[in-house]
Design a protein around this ligand. Structure first.
Ligand code: C2O
Length: 557
């Protein structure tokens, strides 16, 4: 590939200059292939990267350039998203299908080329089309620059722990069936920890993930929630965990028994192996405090195994919180604060240019062929987002008309008691509408859950940015009173935020990254139903504030 060779030559030349001695190019090849996998004692073919579930880990350092050649050997269209990577000026490498690129068609390939500028911590990658991310996902480990320590004692070892969901049937069949009927898709058959339901599952003979530890040593677990539709609690029997980072941003360390992690989120925790010996159960179980909504209530398990412990030793068990343990979830969320040190300041926007209020929830639209004559949909400000047939980014860059309109509403069409009595009309409007932002403008966005059908937690993910969560609360957001309580000093910085069931959250960010940036609920079922929209950030002045031109191998629709 001519282009790649040139990129490589340029980067190697750049690396010769002393100021950039640390920069490196990391190259990966992702072959998207089918692979037979056995889980819950039955075997089925799944879509994987290089035959692995979870897929390979990308390891790089802050400021490194990453080149990933993705080759599609399966029958589905494919695209890969590097969740949480800011993609400064490289929106073309972001990955959501029909938002920043046309998908990679069967037999085709595409090289994702991006730099991890100013980022360090745990992120992850996943397929961003259909429901393929159920099995097509893996970790991105970004180490600090050489010689730069963590702002906490260096752990003895680091371990990636990916939480996920497993369906006995083909996931594409699951969602297609749901779309045909207009009803909710089947919940998963198991949760997994590093690919396995674990020793306490319906197929214990398959074993599960085992973490060997030595007494007295500290381990850093890089937790990733790659599940499609479930927020999860994570716990280890007999051990407290120290949270040090979320979504690749350091936090003020705090101790907890239980971690809450929503789909899309990552959390680094320190585990000190304080016992002399023994085996301890690791548990991942669902959090969903809306009784009306079905959940896969199975707990995935794994084992922490102290060196020198006999195989016959009984495992110390733990009881996971019940699925509706709202106080456990709220307590965890309330403990998160940006580190906000001299080296890692929290740059919270204080002056706001665009103040937006988005209601998020479900709706019901007519559907003649569906089971009840209607289908469940989802919306933001009553707009159910319709995917275009070429990417929004191409339409934006090449000024192709008729693909989208830039009139996404900054407020809901009607104000009602969002979390209280239900409005008479559940119907939503379809549209491919985006919200346009000038370069470097500042945004405050209040995300308000609604009680439409049922209130529910929604983990909202914004591509291309980190944002600060300046406030959250239950009920309806009060624009007079609530801002007075905002934390503008050390609010948590992240890329995916859980909007509380029947409540709201307020986030702030600076639009300093030109391109088209997707925002959606990271519960895949809600994304499918239309709980998504996009921001366009226009170019600023000069090349450093402008989107790069598309790479020559950008896939065609
Ligand atoms: Cu991790 Cu648009 O997603």
């Amino acid at each position: 590939m001519e282009v790649v060779r040139w990129i490589r030559v340029l980067l190697l030349v750049a690396c010769l200059f002393p100021a950039s001695v640390q920069c490196m190019v990391r190259e990966y090849k992702f072959n998207v292939v089918m692979k037979n996998a056995t889980r819950l004692c039955s075997t089925k073919p799944i879509v994987t990267v290089n035959g692995y579930f979870p897929g390979p880990t990308i390891v790089a350092r802050e400021d490194d350039t990453v080149l990933v050649k993705v080759v599609n050997h399966v029958k589905y269209n494919v695209s890969i998203h590097w969740h949480g990577v800011r993609q400064l000026r490289t929106c073309w490498a972001d990955g959501p299908a029909y938002i920043t690129q046309c998908p990679i068609q069967p037999g085709q390939n595409y090289i994702y080329n991006f730099t991890l500028a100013g980022q360090r911590g745990t992120l992850w990658w996943h397929a961003h089309i259909l429901w393929l991310r159920a099995t097509v996902h893996g970790a991105i480990v970004i180490l600090p620059k050489r010689g730069v320590p963590y702002p906490f004692p260096k752990p003895h070892k680091e371990v990636t722990v990916i939480l996920s969901e497993w369906w006995k049937s083909d996931v594409e069949a699951v969602i297609n069936e749901a779309l045909k009927s207009g009803l909710a898709p089947n919940v998963s058959d198991a949760h997994t920890i590093n690919g396995h339901p674990g020793p306490l599952s319906s197929c214990p003979s398959q074993g599960g993930f085992k973490l060997p530890v030595e007494s007295g040593k500290t381990y850093m677990l890089r937790l990733i929630n790659a599940a499609l539709n479930e927020e999860l609690f994570f716990k280890i029997a007999g051990h407290k965990l120290t949270v040090v980072e979320v979504d690749a941003a350091y936090v003020k360390p705090f101790n907890t028994e239980t971690v809450l992690i929503a789909p899309g989120q990552t959390t680094n925790v320190l585990l000190s192996a304080a016992h002399a010996t023994g085996k301890y159960l690791v548990a991942a179980s669902p959090f969903l405090d809306t009784p009306a909504i079905l959940v896969d209530n199975k707990t995935a398990t794994a084992t922490v195994h102290y060196s020198g412990t006999l195989g016959s030793t009984a495992t110390t068990l733990t009881v996971p919180p019940p699925r509706n343990a709202t106080p456990v979830a709220a307590n965890f969320t309330a403990s998160l604060r940006s580190l906000n040190s001299k080296k890692y300041p929290a740059r919270v926007p204080l002056k706001i240019d665009h103040s937006l209020f988005f209601t998020i929830g479900l709706g019901i639209n007519p559907c003649a062929t569906c089971v009840n004559g209607s289908r469940v949909v989802a919306d933001i400000n009553n707009v159910t987002f319709v995917m275009p047939t070429i990417s929004l980014l191409q339409a934006h860059f090449f000024k192709i008309g008729g693909v989208f309109t830039d009139d996404f509403p900054g407020n809901p069409p009607v104000t009602y008691n969002f979390t209280g009595t239900q409005p008479a009309n559940f119907q939503t409007n379809n549209g491919t509408r985006i919200y346009r932002l000038p370069y470097n403008s500042t945004v405050q966005l209040v995300l308000q859950d609604t009680g439409m059908i049922a209130p529910e937690n929604h983990p909202l993910h914004l591509h291309g940015f980190n944002f600060f969560e300046v406030g959250r609360g239950l009920g309806n957001f009060n624009s007079k009173k609530d801002p007075k309580k905002f934390n503008l000093v050390d609010p948590v910085e992240r890329n995916t935020i859980g909007v509380p069931s029947g409540g709201w959250t307020a986030i702030r960010f600076r639009a300093d990254n030109p391109g088209v940036w997707f925002m959606h609920c990271h519960l895949e079922v809600h994304t499918t139903w239309g709980l998504k929209m996009a921001f366009i950030v226009d170019n600023g002045k000069g090349p450093n504030e402008s989107l790069l031109p598309p790479p020559s191998d950008l896939p065609k629709c």
